[in-house]
Design a protein around this ligand. Sequence first.
Ligand SMILES: [Zn+2]
Length: 248
Amino acid sequence: MNELTENDHLRYARHITLPGFGKEGQKRLKNGSALIIGAGGLGSPIAFYLAAAGVGRIGIADGDVADVSNLQRQIIHTTNDVGRPKTTSASEKMKALNPDVIIEEHREFITIENIKGHIANYDFIIDATDNFDIKFLINDACVEAGKPYCHGAIRQYEGQLTTILPGTPCYRCLFTSTPQSEKPSGPIGVLPGVIGSLQATEAIKYLAGIGKLLTGRLLHFDALTMRFTEITFGFSPDCKYHHLHKKD
Ligand SMILES: [Zn+2]
């Protein structure tokens, strides 16, 4: 375990003085790692907050380049980054914010071929993608490998998130099929800021070993009515991982 340095005590003073967090929580963050899949709307606040919090090693995976139409919500990229790889743009901002954390850039899209290798190297995985097929792929790879992860999704004015740990109900316990893909409309630009910040909170809690995670619960947010709704869910007999979930 890497110990906290004098510099760490200054930078993370507000964590270290936080009841229940303390030096121990910060040390756990420093020795922890997370993989952010997607450097877009959700990935932007997640990348900023995990770097700021001092998560020791952060991977960011995306094969896309920044487009001018992304800037309305993907706040880690600036006008000058248009046309540049999103992972390069994101990792530059993260390093500028906190040069003490290791940023690992994976400039490729996550596929069925490469996902196992990527997630194996990290303690916690964050689904910050906008593609339902990839969401199932992340779920399957994490459940099969016994990796904890946080799912997040946004659409127009609404968003949702849930956390899946080994031994808790998974994304396939909630959803059985991929929704019909539709023409992109929205989302309102602040929405990924709300959902991504909550996903970052879950990652930090998991790595620091504090609080109660959002397992078996789907938190839904409606920006138009400013309402959060929690839907609890259990293991589904229709989930293809039912045999893995039930260890008795
Ligand atoms: Zn399941």
